[in-house]
Design a binder for this molecule. Structure first.
Ligand code: C2E
Ligand code: CA
Ligand code: CA
Length: 278
């Protein structure tokens, strides 16, 4: 027992050290890569289940470093938040998305919408100038509904704050808000009422077994009914097969997103999907 205990300890030690090294490396490279063409955006279709059309998509940030290779946003976004780079990255995602949505609206669908993920830190940090985004949209002659914002319950961690004020300002301007990863947090229902959101996105952990698990079915249907009573539309995340999709349609879910339709893809591939849309 003593021996295995020691083994365990040294194993733990090594993995911790590796993790620390990675993080320091990522920090260094992230700083140096800002503004470079190592960043890009992939787009994942969000399908309207009533019409069968792709009328929205989610913008997902990608970073491929020449030495480190592909680094997941789950890994580098928290680091960007820690070292104060999230404003710059977030602004870039917004501007790219606004320019892209403009061209797709002109070429394909008039009311096409791109949603972007916003981290709670972007709301809390005064040097992240979200107010400027509204000006940017009007300069591009875009409706404020062209870009919607995906937020998580984490934004409500500091109430009565800059966050609430800014969310109110954006909502007032007509920007639509989605509550992301719904069902994974702690006080989903309280926040749902308070945040006054337009869409809620059911987290993919609820969708995973929805075609076989009765409890998940009951919860999902209840979420749709409740959301509709509150005039909120529902988007199901992580739809990977037809059985899941059929169930979601049967309970009146409004939108679906997931590998069943398409993985997130670069702009020119997404455009191919749009050209065959409907
Ligand atoms: P998220 O906002 O929940 O995004 C959905 C994630 O689920 C994406 O991972 C997407 O590729 C993945 N996904 C979509 N459909 C399926 C499916 O059918 N099955 C499975 N297994 N996965 C699916 P991705 O692109 O790696 O992004 C991870 C997270 O990184 C995002 O989670 C979001 O929280 C964050 N993120 C990505 N881009 C940005 C950004 O521009 N700004 C900020 N603040 N966060 C971002
Ligand atoms: Ca999201
Ligand atoms: Ca999500």
């Amino acid at each position: 027992a003593k021996f295995s205990g020691r083994n365990k300890f040294s194993f733990f030690d090594v993995s911790m050290a590796q993790h620390a090294l990675n993080k320091t490396e990522i920090v260094k490279h992230l700083r140096n890569s800002m503004g470079s063409d190592q960043f890009s955006i992939h787009y994942q279709p969000i399908v309207n289940l009533e019409t069968g059309m792709i009328d929205k998509a989610e913008s997902l940030l990608r970073w491929t470093h020449p030495e480190l290779g592909f680094i997941s946003p789950d890994e580098f976004i928290p680091i960007a938040e820690d070292i104060g780079l999230i404003c710059e990255l977030g602004d870039w995602v917004f501007r790219q998305s606004a320019s892209q949505v403009k061209s797709w609206q002109e070429k394909y669908i008039e009311n096409f919408q791109l949603s972007i993920n916003i981290s709670p830190k972007q709301f809390q940090n005064e040097s992240c100038d979200l107010e400027e985004w509204i000006d940017f949209l009007s300069q591009k002659a875009l409706s404020n509904k062209a870009i919607s914002l995906e937020i998580t319950e984490g934004v409500m961690m500091n109430e009565g704050s800059l966050t609430e004020q800014r969310l109110g300002m954006l909502k007032h301007a007509g920007i639509e808000i989605s509550l992301d990863n719904f069902g994974t947090g702690y006080s989903s229902l309280a926040y749902l009422k308070k945040l006054n959101v337009d869409y809620l996105k059911i987290d993919r952990t609820f969708i995973q077994n929805i075609h076989i698990n009765l409890d998940d079915q009951v919860m999902c249907e209840a979420i749709v009914v409740m959301a509709h009573k509150l005039k909120i539309k529902v988007i199901a995340e992580g739809v990977e097969n037809e059985a899941q999709l059929n169930f979601l349609k049967s309970v009146g879910c409004d939108y679906a997103q997931g590998y069943w339709f398409s993985k997130p893809v670069p702009g020119h591939d997404f455009e191919l999907l749009l050209s065959k849309n409907g």
